[in-house]
Design a protein around this ligand. Structure first.
Ligand SMILES: *Cc1c(COP(=O)(O)O)cnc(C)c1O
Length: 417
């Protein structure tokens, strides 16, 4: 039997407990949705205020130089690099995951074409995040199936489906529905042995799990900053490119910000050296400032510690479900072993949407993913063990009082779930 006092003791011994004070947590809220939109860091409003009023308001266009606006995609990229275990000069913060995937996919196809490998297939998983698959489908329509062909398999089949036709494996490390984590290092080793490249989507990994992107020899990686990195709604994404590829090929979205000399305004494109060539247009400085401020929190965070606490929070949640005898209502989708998990738990329930809404009405913010999944994100920098106790207590009350059966939840379904 787990007692509340046991849970409070876990908080007292928690080496990450001090970080909570750096975030704005609305009163009466237990936020289990940091895997979708991270909370607001307390320093961010002040930073944006300064960038808006002083840099934009007073210093105006000179700020591109005096406040180093022009370098922000690279300086913020270098901070992200530290969190994902990558070389600082190989990450740039820009655009969305979707757009960055297009650059990576097209570059990977070009690498295979240059090598005359005859490899044209992009292998991915059928339950990958849809935008990843849509980007391949778009490239396939543009280039024709003889140059780029999407092949979909299950996660279990992925490794063994790589063969002499595979140009690249497009893999999301942590599945957005199930929370299952694949072994990126092993997969990359295997793909390389087979002559294929790896494009990794780190949307649910960056800021959640320890990574060593450069050491694992990942070819291309993309990820977002608005989930576990707390960069704000619609914050710019990032892209990482392995050093040899930076020299070998260009990405096709050639914009002036990726030119070797943008302010020479030359008629012909000449790619900048290094990761800067993965920039296309003018960066959003306000958005980058928010990401920059959020990343300062990660400067001295040990990602192994972060992930260990996420696993402990999630395990406590699952154990309490059982203790409150709620587990029979839910089918757990997330695997059990810690090494194959990210930082979320997903459970299927026929009324998952209504349960989620009833929880939100009680101040416990989780999310719902079609068709029937209740998703809970465990963000160790601002969640306590006691939060988990309280969240399960609320869930028990929702179910005991059958609040989820109220038809009003289905009547007010929003565009975003
Ligand atoms: C959230 C998420 C995205 C989002 O892509 P954007 O283009 O940045 O909107 C992409 N892939 C995965 C796996 C995600 O979880």
């Amino acid at each position: 039997m787990i007692q509340l006092s046991d849970v409070q003791q876990l908080d007292q011994g928690d080496p990450l407990a001090q970080y909570r004070a750096q975030f704005n947590i609305p009163a009466g809220t237990i936020y289990l949705d940091g895997n979708s939109l991270g909370v607001l860091p307390k320093t961010t409003p002040q930073r944006l205020h300064q960038v808006i009023h002083q840099q934009w308001g007073e210093d105006l266009i000179s700020s591109w130089n005096t406040h180093q606006w022009i370098d922000m995609p690279l300086t913020v990229g270098a901070k992200i690099a530290k969190v994902i275990g990558a070389n600082a000069e190989q990450v740039v913060c820009c655009d969305s995951i979707s757009v960055n995937l297009f650059k990576a996919l097209a570059a990977a196809i070009r690498i295979q074409q240059r090598a005359d490998s005859g490899r044209t297939q992009i292998i991915s998983t059928a339950d990958n995040f849809p935008t990843d698959l849509y980007m391949v489908q778009g490239l396939q329509e543009l280039l024709g199936q003889h140059q780029c062909e999407l092949v979909l398999v299950s996660e279990a089949e992925l490794e063994h489906s790589i063969n002499s036709a595979t140009a690249a494996v497009l893999v999301t490390e942590v599945n957005f529905r199930s929370g299952r984590r694949l072994n990126l290092q092993q997969l990359t080793q295997h793909a390389h042995d087979q002559g294929a490249l790896v494009i990794a989507d780190l949307a649910h990994s960056a800021g959640a799990v320890p990574l060593a992107i450069t050491a694992w020899e990942i070819d291309f990686a993309v990820g977002c900053t608005y989930k576990y990195l707390n960069g704000g709604p619609g914050a710019p994404a990032f892209i990482y490119v392995a050093a040899p590829h930076l020299k070998a090929v260009q990405q096709p979205l050639q914009g002036w910000m990726g030119h070797a000399r943008p302010f020479a305004f030359e008629a012909n494109y000449e790619a900048a050296e290094g990761i800067q060539a993965y920039l296309s247009g003018t960066p959003s400085i306000l958005a980058l400032a928010a990401v920059d401020s959020a990343l300062d929190i990660f400067a001295d965070v040990d990602m192994k510690q972060v992930h260990a606490k996420a696993i402990a929070l999630a395990d406590l949640f699952d154990d309490l479900l059982e203790q409150f005898q709620l587990h029979t209502h839910f089918a757990r989708l997330t695997p059990h072993a810690p090494e194959v998990r990210g930082s979320q738990l997903s459970y299927s329930h026929p009324d998952a949407y209504a349960i989620c809404q009833a929880l939100i009405a009680r101040g416990v913010i989780a999310d719902f993913r079609a068709p029937s999944y209740l998703r809970l994100g465990f963000t160790p920098l601002y969640l306590s063990f006691e939060d988990i106790w309280n969240a399960v207590e609320q869930l028990a009350e929702v179910l005991q009082q059958e609040e989820h059966l109220d038809p009003k939840w289905l009547a007010q379904r929003g565009k975003v779930t």
